[in-house]
Design a protein around this ligand. Structure first.
Ligand SMILES: Cc1cc2nc3c(=O)[nH]c(=O)nc-3n(C[C@H](O)[C@H](O)[C@H](O)COP(=O)(O)OP(=O)(O)OC[C@H]3O[C@@H](n4cnc5c(N)ncnc54)[C@H](O)[C@@H]3O)c2cc1C
Length: 376
């Protein structure tokens, strides 16, 4: 039992968490600390991928040491490595790709989302593989004089900023079909600030125009002089074209079993306690849910805190709390020197963004939240 805890351990409870991203890892650490029950964290990787730092690693080899947070050091024997391939809700069994099975009494689905490299990596990519991927990709970036991002969400903007900060002589362009950068959930002052931040770095931004010859392009590889065409009639030349076009829910293993709770986008419908529709003992958190808010590590952690306190409340016969939603906190670095942010109704400029996030991309706080010592 956790030190100083008044929780009565439940020997009949086995809490299994699928997905050790920002939500699942933090939740596992907290639940182990609580001493309530046996906890198993399952992930296909050997280490949590700190995706917030992924784009810095594209230009800075040194950042790699913060990128992969080893599960064995984080949760010890409570970790099982393997990609979950099936869920059977009748027998309460998960099957892993290697055939191994894990039974649960309570299940938390925190399998998150995927997006193209270099913002995320495969569910089964080892730390060694992740290092190799970024080392190789850095060479593609170094070789390209002209880099073009397809998509002006947070990933397109941040990657443009990282490349321009490290390599000011490269031509960097963002093409976005949306008229908004990052997300429509931000105020016009944020839009103005982020555009100004990109302008100061000499990033070319084309909004409200769509790449029309995607199928003809070689993506994520240095190919001298590719012509990127847009529906607005532009022809742009780039030596590296990077897709930065949004996220897809990781739902393969529960698609069938939880078909009745899937939204049209494949996310899981949850109630105000994060219980999956129609399943009292199955919870979901983070990017995999249909909660109508920005998909963020920050909100995944708030979901985790709520599920934890409700499991403890339930065990102690106390009243559960309903989710009240999270306020938008959007801080987008444009390289390590600044960017734009919107936080608790305030607009943040270069200095605040640099101090709050841009310098270390939350490496210190993420490692520390997981009870880990930051590598030197
Ligand atoms: C470049 C970038 C910058 C970002 N910056 C910020 C930021 O500054 N602040 C912020 O709050 N958010 C930020 N985000 C968003 C944030 O990363 C996501 O919202 C967050 O990762 C969601 O956390 P999660 O726990 O739901 O899932 P994830 O972090 O996606 O983790 C899911 C985990 O599940 C595992 N998994 C999936 N399927 C299976 C399976 N079948 N079997 C076993 N394991 C499985 C995966 O391996 C992974 O470890 C950023 C994202 C990117 C890409």
């Amino acid at each position: 039992m956790g030190a100083g805890s008044s929780v009565t351990p439940r020997d009949d409870m086995h809490l299994v968490i699928v997905g050790g991203g920002y939500g699942g890892s933090y939740f596992a650490v907290q639940m182990i600390k609580s001493g309530l029950c046996k906890v198993t964290l399952i992930d296909g990787r050997d280490a949590m991928f700190h995706s917030i730092g992924a784009l810095r690693t594209v230009v800075d080899e040194d950042y790699f040491k913060y990128l992969c947070i080893p599960y064995d050091q984080m949760v010890g024997d409570s970790f099982t490595q393997g990609e979950v391939s099936n869920l059977d809700t009748a027998s309460k069994t998960l099957t892993l790709k290697d055939g191994k099975t894990v039974n649960y009494t309570h299940l938390v689905i925190a399998s998150g989302s995927r997006s193209g490299f270099p913002s995320k990596v495969a569910v089964d990519a080892s730390t060694e593989e992740v290092k190799r991927l970024y080392d190789e990709y850095r060479k593609e970036v170094v070789a390209a004089k002209r880099v073009l991002m397809i998509g002006g969400g947070a990933v397109g903007v941040e990657l443009a900023g990282e490349i321009k900060t490290e390599f000011p002589d490269k031509e960097v362009t963002i093409v976005s079909s949306s008229e908004f950068l990052v997300t429509t959930r931000t105020k016009s002052a944020f839009q103005k600030n982020i555009k100004e931040s990109l302008r100061k770095k000499n990033v070319t931004v084309i909004l409200g125009d769509r790449v029309s010859n995607l199928d003809d392009l070689t993506l994520n590889k240095h190919v001298e002089g590719q012509v990127v065409k847009t529906t607005g009639g532009k022809e742009l030349t780039a030596d590296l074209v990077v897709p930065c076009t949004g996220i897809t829910v990781n739902n393969q293993f529960f698609k069938q079993a939880l078909a009745g709770a899937l939204t049209e986008h494949g996310a899981l419908e949850v109630n105000e306690y994060f219980q999956v529709k129609g399943h009292e003992k199955i919870y979901a958190m983070g990017d995999v849910t249909n909660v109508n808010e920005e998909k963020m590590a920050y909100t995944a952690k708030i979901h985790a805190d709520l599920i934890k306190s409700n499991l403890l409340a339930e065990a102690g016969g106390k009243t559960k709390k309903a989710y009240q939603g999270a306020r938008v906190a959007m801080v987008v670095p444009v390289g390590r020197t600044g960017g734009a942010g919107q936080f608790m109704g305030m607009q943040l400029g270069d200095f605040a963004v640099k101090m709050f996030k841009a310098e270390d991309l939350f490496a210190k706080s993420i490692w520390s939240d997981l009870g880990m010592k930051l590598p030197q």
